[in-house]
Design a protein around this ligand. Structure first.
Ligand code: TYD
Length: 146
């Protein structure tokens, strides 16, 4: 009889290649190289009115990489016990968020453009939209015994 606990991973900033050039800079991202997943979907958030908040949920499966292609915003990542705030304001780095973390995007600048590379196609059932349900989910999987 074994005992096990799911190890939830932490969010982290990943720096992307940057080719500085007097003609204009160039950056890029390759799946399963710079980011640890295959890209199944890309979406973007834009025209965010001042003071608005996006996100505010967790994913059971989806892993994602968020880049501020233009402007700036903050991503608050919450494990249920610890909160971390990441300021994204450069197009040559982004935030990798593993599954099982509550995350919220806020403090968008004018003309901010957030691009999200996702490891899954859109599936509403992958969302955990209630914070209490998220806490229960973390609790359940962090203390699972066989
Ligand atoms: P949602 O992820 O809930 O955005 P936020 O958490 O920032 O408010 O998405 C908003 C709506 O868009 C929701 O009704 C689902 C839909 N949607 C898709 O249909 N496909 C997608 O890839 C995404 C990200 C959202």
């Amino acid at each position: 009889m074994g005992r096990w606990a799911v190890v939830f991973m932490q969010a982290k900033i990943i720096a992307l290649p940057k080719f500085e050039d007097p003609r204009g800079n160039l950056s890029f991202v390759e799946e399963e190289h710079h980011i640890p997943f295959k890209i199944k979907r890309t979406y973007w958030i834009y025209d965010v009115p001042g003071g608005q908040v996006r996100g505010g949920h967790a994913f059971r499966e989806q892993r994602e990489f968020i880049v501020a292609l233009s402007g700036s915003f903050d991503v608050i990542v919450d494990s249920g016990t610890h909160k971390q705030s990441f300021s994204l304001n450069r197009s040559y780095y982004g935030l990798y968020i593993p599954c099982g973390l509550w995350r919220q995007m806020e403090n968008f600048s004018t003309n901010a453009l957030a691009v999200v590379l996702s490891s899954t196609r859109f599936q509403e059932s992958d969302y955990i939209r209630e914070y209490n349900e998220f806490l229960a989910y973390r609790e359940k999987y962090a203390n699972q015994h066989l």
